[in-house]
Design a protein around this ligand. Sequence first.
Ligand SMILES: Nc1ncnc2c1ncn2[C@@H]1O[C@H](COP(=O)(O)OP(=O)(O)OP(=O)(O)O)[C@@H](O)[C@H]1O
Ligand SMILES: [Mg+2]
Length: 498
Amino acid sequence: MFKRFNRTRRTTGPASSAAAEKAAVRPVSPEPSRKPAPEAAAGPANLAARAETARTFARRRAAAQAAPDDKERRRREKLNEIKVEMHRRLLDTLNLAAIDDAPEADLKAEIAAICSEGLQEMGMVLNKEERQTLHQELYDEVKGLGPLEPLLRDDTVSDILVNGPHQVYVERGGKLELSDVRFRDEKHLQRIIDKIVSAVGRRVDESNPYVDARLKDGSRFNAMIPPIAVDGSLVSIRKFKKEKLSVDDLVRFGAFSEEMALYLQAAVATRLNVIVSGGTGSGKTTTLNALSSFIDNSERILTIEDTAELQLQQPHVGRMESRPPNVEGKGAVTQRDCLRNALRMRPDRIIVGETRGEEVIDMLQAMNTGHDGSMTTIHANSARDAVSRLENMVAMAGIDMPLKAVRQQIASAVNLIVQVSRLQDGSRRMLSITEITGMEGEIITMQEVFRFERTGLGEGGKVLGHFTATGVRSFYSERFRQWGYELPPDIYEPVAAQ
Ligand SMILES: Nc1ncnc2c1ncn2[C@@H]1O[C@H](COP(=O)(O)OP(=O)(O)OP(=O)(O)O)[C@@H](O)[C@H]1O
Ligand SMILES: [Mg+2]
């Protein structure tokens, strides 16, 4: 566990990392002045000749590229045809009911035998590598999730996003990239979706065209089929990471600074109510999970999520997962139901994976009534925005309360808003830590204690910047001191860009 209070503070804080980043910035040289090329000045005839030469070169380049591309495409099409045919034969030959129990080696041997017979009949010869790929793809098709299998096996892939059968994006190291994975057609894609959802006891069809589920391995899965998905089924998979990122990992990756970690440790340990705010995929759940490591082992924690993703390390944790209604529209158990029930289960802390609806009322009440130290995430772009979102959620839950009263509830329930973001270079950073300090008239007052100060863009679009304190001392300093978490005063000193 992250135990910085027992250690001497490292002096290599953001100042030095900022210095390193700063050192990486190259001075931007002024753009070289562009003198007109002598030929350009030589008249229209020359210009036309140059344009013609450029066009010829472009044509030659395209022709040179087209030849191997065409060959490669034809080869891929042929392999695909073979795969479809072999798959058909497999389905005809194999005893599908027995597949689930068949040992992997037996099934693979069977596939190899059926393939070699089929290829002979078709008069096709494949090299060793092509044969191996074919066998693996067929195995994945029969036993697993077809084209998705290699991506699910690949630990460097964190998200899989399917936009119809012919376009599959993956996220690696924070960057989205188009993969060369393809489904044969929409039917193929829907067969895989069916396979996934039926394995977790759900259904997706015309009358029920979207589904949100958790896969057996813990990955989060969402699918939507046509006609609601206009250009073919849409699938998003957030892969489950066995090794969750710890506070130390996040500091090492530059998600926040040592000083911020120290502050957050004090905030969580002294039971401030924390909201982690951010956009989609910005690292809210990861941050929440990491922050939970600061909770003492003796506390009873209850977690409530739509899809159980949190992995708390403490021994005394009760996990709840809400349930959508079944096909007849019955049997739903909402986050709000879980939360209300949780309050009767004597929790020390309640953690709600994401507050997005009517459960906000019970969450605020829980925070206000003795379950301090509770935490949740919210979809918002800034601390102010997070508060507006809370207000809106209260209004939408049908609670008829004057705005000022709602604000008072929020101001006394929430102590801290931590804003995370996925920046344009794919890196995830904690952009600000903001404390809620009370109310002034109708307005909720806040103060930012730490923030990420962006300084520019470096090579390859890398976002440059450093973490700094804003110079204000924490509103909760006295509380930290009373609880034995006295922070060194210099962590509140701003770090100047060097
Ligand atoms: N600081 C970080 N450095 C590297 N990877 C990160 C970092 N924070 C989060 N990730 C990765 O980014 C992905 C998205 O993170 P996470 O699930 O926490 O986001 P989220 O905001 O909760 O998303 P959603 O809005 O979909 O619930 C995960 O694969 C996670 O491992
Ligand atoms: Mg999340």
